[in-house]
Write a protein that binds this ligand. Structure first.
Ligand code: C2E
Ligand code: CA
Ligand code: CA
Length: 495
């Protein structure tokens, strides 16, 4: 670690101690020595030598002590205690110096893809060990030179400054880092899946301002995360515009619940054999500044900011509250599908809160279908299996949403208490292609063989309806039958 030498003062305390000891020496030597050896010239010289020697030694000792304390303080000020890397203030200082030298460099912002979940699931102690392991991997990477800078910026964010490297060399470094950090860690008998995203910015190509270098690299890292993580994105101007819009939406989203800007839409789900409504999927809508914002845009922002926890609770509670009125008007009992995002699901008290909402609203959990995506299942599989069993035992139904788009594995279909598969709309919409049709047929057969229900999403035309009926798909959902409807329109159309 590079720490600039600071001017070290001799503390006032040491000067006082030195004066006191000198006075004591003069007093003692005069009283004791001259008592036994009065008027002796040799003794006077000896006394002077001892005095100078001892005081020099004492002074050196005291100064050494004091400087080592100061060194410790300086190290503490610039070193991150957990990882031993440079800390935020050290990085800022270094960055100012590097900018002053006008040397070219790449600044890399490294962010964990799901660190919050590691903390939520396994606790902070294990989170700290993961951070330490990743910082060791960074420090030991063979592409890092002595003159480069590695620092822990804050929490699970690290910054690396690579000097005078080509874009290709930076890519090589990042590729090796992504590979090394994504090897699962085994801590306290648990396998911890972890990966990172990297955003990079170049000085002076992208900007020459230190605050912008940091911000732009962070924006690029966020973009990398949004693209699924475990990737590297180089900063470009459009990313800033996008980030500004997200900030604007995040700010609005914080007040959306209290301002009652959120509401639910309901999309009918239809039995293939009868074309009768059997259930609805609730889909959230947000009207902000007079415009309707798509959930595809604001749900990821809600997930990132943690607001999805409250929003998710709102969606479930609001769905449950509306069930009696919908069923009374339509005149039959229905299923209600609710989307559950990964961030919600990994919350330790998710199950408790979800059960609580059901109890509060006196709804039968068997009517509620929790839709989870494949990505939820693939990570932290043990935790997910346990949680899903608990939810099933309570009475909820579980659907796998967007089936076929994630990293499917037949293994989890065997292990998980899932009872509904929802074929992703991308398959439905190209069911006219021979290969897609074969895939859809296989998914439907798989569901039948596993005794699961199967629903196709995104059904837009009669050809798709006919194809899916022929393949024995139980349920259909899509614009062909109905777009998502407001509560009033749902009641109006199906009464
Ligand atoms: P999703 O869960 O896959 O929901 C289905 C999406 O497909 C909905 O978009 C729906 O309007 C749209 N859709 C339905 N039928 C058709 C069709 O025939 N053709 C086409 N092209 N699209 C169709 P929407 O409402 O914009 O929602 C987008 C995504 O946002 C949802 O995808 C879901 O992932 C998320 N989302 C929506 N509401 C919630 C919510 O309450 N909580 C969470 N966590 N996510 C939600
Ligand atoms: Ca869904
Ligand atoms: Ca879906």
């Amino acid at each position: 670690m590079k720490v600039k030498k600071t001017y070290r003062k001799i503390p006032f305390r040491i000067v006082i101690i030195y004066i006191i000891i000198s006075l004591l020496w003069i007093l003692l030597s005069d009283v004791l020595l001259f008592r036994f050896f009065p008027e002796n010239m040799f003794i006077s010289i000896l006394k002077g030598i001892i005095y100078i020697g001892l005081s020099a030694l004492l002074l050196l000792y005291l100064m050494k002590q004091s400087w080592s304390v100061q060194n410790d303080l300086i190290a503490k000020e610039y070193k991150d205690e957990l990882t031993g890397l440079q800390n935020r203030s050290s990085l800022q200082k270094n960055l100012t110096e590097i900018l002053f030298s006008k040397e070219k460099f790449h600044l890399l912002f490294i962010d964990f893809d799901r660190f919050k979940m590691i903390n939520d699931l396994y606790g902070h102690e294990i989170g700290d060990i993961v951070l330490k392991k990743v910082s060791d991997t960074l420090r030991d990477n063979s592409h890092i030179r002595f003159s480069d800078v590695i620092s822990r910026w804050v929490a699970d964010e690290f910054i690396v400054i690579l000097k005078n490297k080509s874009d290709h060399e930076v890519d090589l470094f990042v590729s090796s880092l992504l590979a090394e950090t994504s090897v699962p860690l085994h801590i306290a008998g648990k396998e911890i899946v972890n990966h990172i995203s990297v955003g990079s910015v170049h000085y002076p190509e992208d900007t020459t301002k230190s605050s912008e270098l940091l911000r732009f690299a962070e924006i690029a890292a966020e973009e990398a995360k949004k693209n699924g993580g475990l990737t590297h994105i180089r900063y470009r101007k459009e990313l800033s515009d996008k980030a500004n819009r997200e900030l604007y939406l995040e700010e609005g989203l914080k007040h959306s619940l209290e301002k009652q800007e959120l509401f639910l839409n309901f999309q009918p789900q239809i039995a293939t054999s009868t074309h009768q409504i059997i259930g609805v999927e609730t889909l959230i809508r947000w009207v902000y500044d007079g415009k309707t914002i798509s959930p595809a845009e604001f749900i990821p922002i809600a997930e990132k900011s943690g607001l999805i926890i409250q929003i998710g609770d709102y969606v479930l509670r609001e769905t449950c509250k509306n069930i009696p009125c919908i069923e009374d008007t339509i005149g039959k009992s229905l299923y209600f599908s609710v989307n559950v995002s990964a961030r919600q699901f990994y919350q330790k008290d998710y199950i408790g809160r979800t059960k609580q909402i059901i109890k509060e609203t006196s709804i039968s959990p068997a009517q509620i279908i929790l839709e989870i995506t494949e990505s939820i299942i693939m990570e932290y599989t043990d935790f997910v299996i346990e949680s899903l069993h608990e939810l099933r035992e309570f009475g909820f139904q579980i659907a796998i949403d967007d089936f076929g788009t994630g990293y499917s594995s037949f293994k989890y279909l065997e292990l998980l208490p899932v009872n509904i598969i929802k074929i992703d709309q991308s398959f439905t919409q190209s069911i006219d292609k021979v290969r897609t049709k074969a895939i859809v047929q296989s998914i439907i057969s798989l569901a039948h063989n596993l005794d699961m229900q199967i629903l196709a999403e995104g059904v837009e035309n009669l050809f798709q309806v006919a194809s899916l009926k022929e393949m024995d798909c139980h349920f259909l959902q899509g614009y062909y039958f109905s777009k998502p409807l407001t509560l009033e329109n749902l009641l109006q159309q199906y009464k």
